[in-house]
Write a protein that binds this ligand. Sequence first.
Ligand SMILES: [Zn+2]
Length: 179
Amino acid sequence: MEHMKEFYIEYDQSKLNETCAPIDLRDRDLIIQIYDLLRNTLLWLGGGAGLAAPQIDISKQVFIWAKNRDMNNIQLALNPSIEPEIESGTVESLEGCFSLPQKFFHIERYKKIYFDYFDINGKKISRIVEGFEAVILQHEYDHINKNILSNKGKLFKSFNNLREHQEFLENYRKISNYA
Ligand SMILES: [Zn+2]
């Protein structure tokens, strides 16, 4: 039987309101453990654009994201930093969050960002990112800096039941970002 997509993870929400600590890049075991937990949770949720450690009760500067929602291409960011390229402007994004059940928010995101992080091997990466991937990275980066959609975004839609929520998701799949 197909897994019923809940689009929600039930965790103690308190970590969402904490500033996450940097992870020790030499602690390979912990890094792999957190990566596996994040990845397995995202797959269990039926896929999505990304997931951050505080969403699964781990207060560390770690998140994963899937470029183009491709579950075969999940990447890990350790101790990331994001600086907007302000001149490129912003875009209004419609997003949902696995930590906020059955709600969608409008939120302003930068179109283009400078993204620095350490990858799963501890290698420093510096990239300029734009488009959908830039939006997702900003969502995840917010999570490790105690910013969730409900703080920064404007509530667009709230659903009372799972069926309505799923219908909406199907209609808006192309523009909805879930992370
Ligand atoms: Zn989220």
